[in-house]
Design a protein around this ligand. Sequence first.
Ligand code: FAD
Ligand code: NAG
Ligand code: NAG
Ligand code: NAG
Length: 513
Amino acid sequence: MKLPTSFLPLLLLLSSFSFSSSATKTDDFLNCLAKSSDSTTISKLVYTPANSTFDAALTYSINNLRFAQASTPKPLVIVTPTTESQVQNVIYCTKKTGLEMRIRSGGHSYEGFSYVSSLQFIVLDLRNINNVTLDLSTKTAWVDSGATTGELYYYISRATSAYGFPSGLWSNVGVGGILSGGGILTRRTMGEDLFWAIRGGGGGSFGVVVSWRVNLVPVPPIVTVFRVFRTLEEDMTNIFYKWQSVAPVFPNELDIRCNGQVILSNSSTRSDKKTMQMNFESLYLGPASEVLAIMRERLPELGLVREDLFEVSYIQAMVFFSQFPIQAPPEILLDKTISPRPAFKGSSDFFKEPMPIEGLLGLWDYMFQLPDNQAFLQYTPYGGRMNEISATALPFLYRAGYLYMFNFYAVTCPSREKFAEETARMDWVRTVDEYLTPYVTSNPRSAYVNYVNVWMGQNNPTGSTSYAQASQWGKRYFGVNFDKLVVLKTLADPFNLFRHEQSIPVFSSYSDM
Ligand SMILES: Cc1cc2nc3c(=O)[nH]c(=O)nc-3n(C[C@H](O)[C@H](O)[C@H](O)COP(=O)(O)OP(=O)(O)OC[C@H]3O[C@@H](n4cnc5c(N)ncnc54)[C@H](O)[C@@H]3O)c2cc1C
Ligand SMILES: *[C@@H]1O[C@H](CO)[C@@H](O)[C@H](O)[C@H]1NC(C)=O
Ligand SMILES: *[C@@H]1O[C@H](CO)[C@@H](O)[C@H](O)[C@H]1NC(C)=O
Ligand SMILES: *[C@@H]1O[C@H](CO)[C@@H](O)[C@H](O)[C@H]1NC(C)=O
């Protein structure tokens, strides 16, 4: 779940600018594409609603079903290029026809930014650009944006068991979005500033990243993993309370994250038989004996025993963290359809202080307001390698001084018949957000750009968006790095071709007066 701390991208695509304002923008776009690319090749990679396969091509990687409704705006065209030059042509033709473009890699945007727009739009879907090429002599891998983290982990493991790459959990998340942010440019030709911006400045603002070169990280032959569950009746609250301050200062080799939810249990003291349950989920880069020793000293309250621990290869640990059975063959990481896809609304925060017990109990009370298994709390500890990187080294700045990232989400009910329930769920998320205010960071209240949340504000659909307006979410995602991102955006993409609801705005002396 930690952000990649070491990577060198890649190739970016930009091109020159012009507009056409035709009523048949789809035809203009398709004609442009057929002219600029090999027309027989490209036509097999283009879907319009006239193709019977259009719906399947669209829903293929929609992760949040809240944006898979009949009422969700649909693209005019989906293009699934297989080469860089086709990507360039898509960008060129999008500009030429004045359509909006949404860039999609793994489709895991919390708010559907990669496949929804309120304006007429096309989807540039990178699913076919998904090679992972290892270069063990330099301990690097080239990974294309359309690959998933599961594919990245898998292909590294096929080449070597001595290295891994720390990206996220869940194998279906796209590399493009998770590593993100966009000429054909390499690190040298784009310059160090733009190279800085795309590694954390959020996807969809600076261009299309086609491929990333990542530094592999050494891993031991055997790692230890565990996932143990504790309920309220099993002292969960006190264990979690202590976790908050010890987890960020564990040795660098140890990561323990927590996930909370309401379950039904016969040992519950409540009449509705609900209880809160927290799972403590861990990766240790070393043997089980060392985990037990560290836990005895630092978090004995968890009561960890040897039977809780599994010594496995690094790739089996990745299988485990994608919520598959620990002995499942690693090929399961290549399956892009297997992970659950809920409809959900989420929000993120960072904590600098542990939440006091009363605060935790209040949060559990909110959790009890919903049925079991309908809301989820996710805690990702900071510290370790994260702390060794300065707040301005990359756009992502919540590092030293932060205890953990918190992310919660509720399952929602987006179908038209369930409108009241949907509203109630969304209200619940808002209420919990407000409840957390005194406990989380403030001025600005921080949030993680990979967990985008449109409630913080949005760019105007057309025309420019002022710096002040964009600061409402920009400063929450990027803090002091936001200003630099705006300057770099203004230089790199002055006409704001690469945009979405919360992309970095172009500084305009007009709207910013
Ligand atoms: C189930 C689940 C698990 C997750 N686990 C983790 C985790 O463990 N750690 C973590 O840090 N985050 C995690 N996330 C958040 C995840 O990192 C973001 O949702 C990320 O943006 C998804 O990337 P994607 O390519 O799948 O998404 P997409 O929806 O395809 O893209 C997300 C954004 O990036 C833009 N973008 C996509 N590709 C490119 C590209 N090639 N060039 C430029 N812009 C691009 C899109 O336009 C969009 O704005 C998780 C999310 C989900 C839903
Ligand atoms: C979509 O339909 C067009 C027109 O029939 C065809 O040329 C194209 O190959 C189809 N696209 C796909 C991906 O099958
Ligand atoms: C992916 O790898 C294959 C086989 O090596 C190669 O033919 C193809 O051009 C590569 N694709 C990209 C987009 O680099
Ligand atoms: C609770 O106990 C009953 C009776 O023993 C049993 O049938 C049921 O499965 C239990 N429920 C849970 C959630 O454990």
